[in-house]
Design a protein around this ligand. Structure first.
Ligand SMILES: [Zn+2]
Ligand SMILES: [Zn+2]
Length: 131
């Protein structure tokens, strides 16, 4: 299966051959800031299937603690992917085009969610990460 993704302005685009894996939503304070939202929505990939189609030169990387970072479009600010030690590790689901045929399987760090967020019913949640 091939998925594509792109940023808000459309200058940066990628394609990914393979399944998106282990889709999750993290509600910790760091993921909220990275996503500018109530939580992250993120799926892992196998880096061998991932290619930038265009706009790679427009990406900016921000690397935080422990070698984990993000890459975002320097023009519109969309965060497209997570990187680990310089390699694309996963994609932010909000920038995937169309229906990638995955569902978020778990919500983690719900114990530190924002006070204004109302969690949906009937989703799998963990106070921190799953054990
Ligand atoms: Zn953009
Ligand atoms: Zn998090």
């Amino acid at each position: 299966m091939k998925n594509t993704g792109e940023c808000f302005c459309g200058d940066v685009r990628y394609e990914y051959e393979g399944e998106l894996l282990d889709a999750r939503s993290c509600h910790c304070s760091r993921c909220r800031k990275v996503s500018s939202a109530q939580a992250s929505a993120y799926a892992l990939i196998k880096s061998a299937g991932f290619n930038w189609i265009c706009g790679e030169e427009q990406l900016t990387s921000y690397v935080g603690n422990e070698g984990f970072g993000i890459q975002f479009c320097s023009k519109c600010g969309s965060t497209l992917c997570g990187i680990l030690e310089g390699v694309v590790h996963g994609v932010m689901l909000g920038c995937v085009n169309g229906d990638p045929e995955v569902e978020i399987v778990r919500h983690i760090y719900v114990g530190s969610k924002a006070g204004w967020e109302v969690m949906p019913q009937d989703v799998v949640t963990f106070e921190e990460n799953e054990v």
